[in-house]
Design a protein around this ligand. Structure first.
Ligand code: ASP
Length: 335
């Protein structure tokens, strides 16, 4: 099954159809394992996974650490506040310290786009064998989140055989702060690669028109797109125009910490225009699932009752699915 060629996982723009299928198939196998009793697989015994998070995280970090432990890897965590970074050590030297201790995988999150890729390049040039896994860099990319979203949707549409094919022709609406969302960017690559019809919805301040062409060409530095034909991407300004015909709705957090100017009038007015609740969801014309990568601003992107309604909210399911998906990535990177 595995024909895996990536030394690092930095951006889904480089993923082929086979890569998506491989991750989903492995994740399904890990998902099917019992979580009680004998929880650990010996696959990564003797390997060391280091999480280097220079930005806060609740879900991603603990999910990667749990995934690594379930595969019997040793896990080491770095926190910037208590590190020698405050004494002036460079990021690369910090990473090399962990590599010197025997790390096989560095899981890196940083507020600046491109940091995981720069580390991977520098470590490759230095002849190190370590793999770098991007756990979210600035506005750029969050591959493991988009892969767990894909797995969650594929399981929803085809519970018995969750594969990328399950997304073909499905209309997935992504609502909210697309501009500041690395999750939306990674999902655009992933969903369009699987042949989904993506509808982006938000005000012009949070969703520039240029997103209509986001997947039209590979990002700078990448010569060609490994996907022969991608699904479509369309923009809508009003939820009333975006929701009819949707098969799933993905909501995004308003990233207040990344907004340099006032881009919305108020949280209340945002909720009135773009917040989802049960009544709004009926505009889809049929029961559809709702996703959110978390953390959720309850009552802003999603009403409390909708977030807590497990008949349509897949938010907790996304959290659970993050573990097998990250197990799959760690397993593949450890070859
Ligand atoms: N947790 C996701 C991220 O790190 C989404 C968010 O923060 O809104 O990008």
């Amino acid at each position: 099954m595995t024909r895996w060629s990536h030394r690092h996982v930095l951006d889904l723009a480089a993923f082929s159809s086979h890569d998506y299928a491989t991750v989903l198939e492995l994740a399904s196998r890990f998902h099917a394992l019992p979580t009680a009793g004998a929880r650990r697989l010996p696959a990564l015994q003797g390997r060391l996974v280091t999480t280097l998070f220079f930005e806060p995280s609740t879900r991603t970090r603990s999910s990667f650490e749990l995934a690594a432990r379930r595969l019997s890897a040793d896990v080491q965590s770095f926190s910037p506040a208590s590190s020698a970074l405050s004494k002036g050590e460079s990021l690369l030297d910090t990473a090399r310290t962990y590599v010197a201790m025997g790390s096989d995988v560095l899981v890196v999150r940083h507020s600046c786009a491109g940091v995981p890729a720069a580390l991977a390049r520098d470590l490759d040039q230095a002849g190190e064998r370590v793999a770098v896994l991007n756990a979210g860099d600035g506005l750029h990319s969050h591959p493991s989140q988009a892969l767990l979203d894909l797995f969650t949707l594929a399981r929803h549409f085809a519970p018995e055989a969750p594969s990328p094919e399950a997304l073909r022709g499905r209309r997935i609406v992504i609502v909210g702060d697309v501009l500041h969302s690395r999750v939306a960017r990674s999902n655009l690559w992933a969903l369009s690669a699987c042949g989904a019809e993506v509808v982006l919805c938000g005000p012009a301040t949070l969703l520039p028109q240029s997103f209509a062409d986001f997947v039209a060409a590979p990002p700078p530095g990448q010569e060609h797109d490994p996907i022969a034909q991608r699904g479509s991407v369309r923009l809508e300004r009003r939820l009333e125009d975006a929701l009819p015909g949707a098969d799933a709705v993905m909501t995004l957090r308003l990233q207040k910490e990344r907004m340099r100017q006032h881009l919305i009038t108020s949280l209340e007015s945002y909720h009135r225009s773009y917040g989802l609740n049960h009544q709004r969801l009926e505009l889809c014309g049929k029961p559809v699932p709702v996703l959110h990568p978390g953390p959720v601003n309850r009552g802003v992107e999603l009403s409390g009752p909708l977030l807590d309604d497990s008949s349509c909210s897949l938010v907790e399911e996304q959290v659970r699915n993050g573990i097998p998906v990250r197990m799959a990535l760690l397993y593949l990177l450890n070859g």
